[in-house]
Design a protein around this ligand. Structure first.
Ligand code: SF4
Length: 391
């Protein structure tokens, strides 16, 4: 990401990491921070798993992980990887055979800890399978499943123990001259996770997979993930992220994107800037934003839209957004295009009209007419009961 010389307070300098590939998705280096999720279907059920993978990809997931606990799952993986629109990571815990089968079945990456799969010969076999099939590996250290000797050494899960575990696994891959790996040190405790990740970031140049594990349900888990990962991302740490929620994988993807969007690290779809509303509102801000969020879900083109209840903050926010609507009096408000007043619009027609404006703008941007649009405050679509703004 290029640094912003005009607004230096917005700069995030990313930690310099090696770049690896997860299928066709680069992870690390200056690659965009990728968003991952994980399916929660029975992985041997190809149709159900694939449907979830596709839904997650449509919501913006760059990479999807599928658990492969048994042979039926690695058999199904062949069809899943063939049909999936995004690279698939196979999640393996102890069975080195599953790792080899998953690599053969087209997994783009294996999530496996080489220290957990047995002797050196088995590690060699798994690394060979990964190499033969172009798979990368993710080492996944978790505070809840640290090796016994580390728990004895440190007394409890702590950043030192987690990083030592990670470096031990790394060494096993490096001993086999394998360097296409990324690593995570997850914990459900934000303090522990943040400290472990900071220590890890100093100890290796491998790309980092960020996550607060078992973060909780949709609301609590979102907040926890945003606090934990948000801090790390702000420090420049993290090359790919997964938000772990007890919720639909699509929600994980949406939350992951929102975290990255809030830090300006990724853009996708419409970012709505809206006020909380108060007695001054010229229209029902909350209901309007709810409706717009739903109706604009299909837009992938990055765009900003301000929906502000009154002129206290409306014109100012509109200056900084691509499109804006500010409530006024007498059942109507003002539409802003590229920061300039464009036309008056009745509240009753506002939602349909804004959706149309956004869709039209997305089409134009996709057709490469972005610059012309940026300077244009004309309505671009027919305005119901059009009143052109003066001046
Ligand atoms: S912008 Fe206006 S309506 Fe919205 S919260 Fe502020 S004062 Fe209230």
């Amino acid at each position: 990401m290029s640094l912003n010389p005009i607004r230096p307070w917005r700069n995030i300098e990313r930690r310099k990491s090696r770049r690896i590939m997860v299928g066709n998705v680069p992870v690390g280096g200056d690659a965009p921070i990728s968003v991952q999720t994980m399916t929660n279907t029975d992985s041997s059920d190809v149709r159900a798993t694939l449907a979830q993978v596709i839904a997650a990809a449509e919501a913006g997931a760059d990479i999807v992980r599928v658990s492969t606990p048994d042979e039926a799952a690695t058999r199904a993986l062949r069809e899943i990887t063939r049909e999936s629109p995004v690279p698939i990571v196979a999640d393996i815990h102890f069975h080195y055979r599953r790792a080899i089968e998953a690599a053969e079945a087209g997994a783009a990456c294996l999530r496996i800890n080489p220290g957990n799969i047995g002797d050196a010969a088995r590690v060699r076999e798994v690394v060979q399978a990964a190499r033969d099939h172009g798979c990368s590996i993710r080492i996944g250290v978790n505070a809840g499943s640290l090796e016994r000797h580390l728990l004895e050494k440190y007394g409890e899960p702590c950043p030192d123990a987690m990083v030592e575990s990670g470096l031990d696994h790394i060494r096993l891959l490096q001993d086999n001259d394998f360097h296409e790996f990324k690593i995570s040190v997850k914990a459900s405790d934000v303090f522990l996770a943040a400290a472990a990740y900071q220590m890890l970031a100093e100890a290796t140049d491998a790309p980092i997979h960020l996550g607060i594990t078992e973060a909780g349900g949709l609301r609590g888990g979102t907040v926890k993930s945003a606090v934990g990962m948000g801090n790390l991302l702000w420090m420049g740490i993290g090359d790919t992220i997964r938000v772990s929620l007890s919720a639909d994988p699509v929600e994980e993807v949406k939350v992951g994107y929102e975290i990255l969007k809030s830090l300006g690290l990724r853009t996708r779809g419409v970012q709505i800037i809206s006020c909380p509303s108060c007695a001054r509102q010229g229209f029902d801000v909350i209901k309007t934003v709810e409706a717009l969020e739903q109706r604009l879900e299909h837009i992938k083109t990055p765009m900003s839209l301000s929906i502000i209840g009154c002129v206290v903050n409306g014109p100012g926010e509109a200056l900084m957004t691509d499109l804006g609507f500010t409530g006024g009096g007498a059942g109507s408000g003002m539409v802003y295009m590229a920061g300039k007043q464009s036309h008056k619009l009745s509240n009753a027609q506002m939602i349909d009209h804004i959706v149309e404006l956004v869709e039209r703008r997305a089409e134009a941007l996709a057709a490469g007419q972005g610059e012309a649009l940026a300077a244009d405050a004309s309505p671009q679509v027919p305005v119901p009961g059009m009143h052109r703004a003066k001046g």
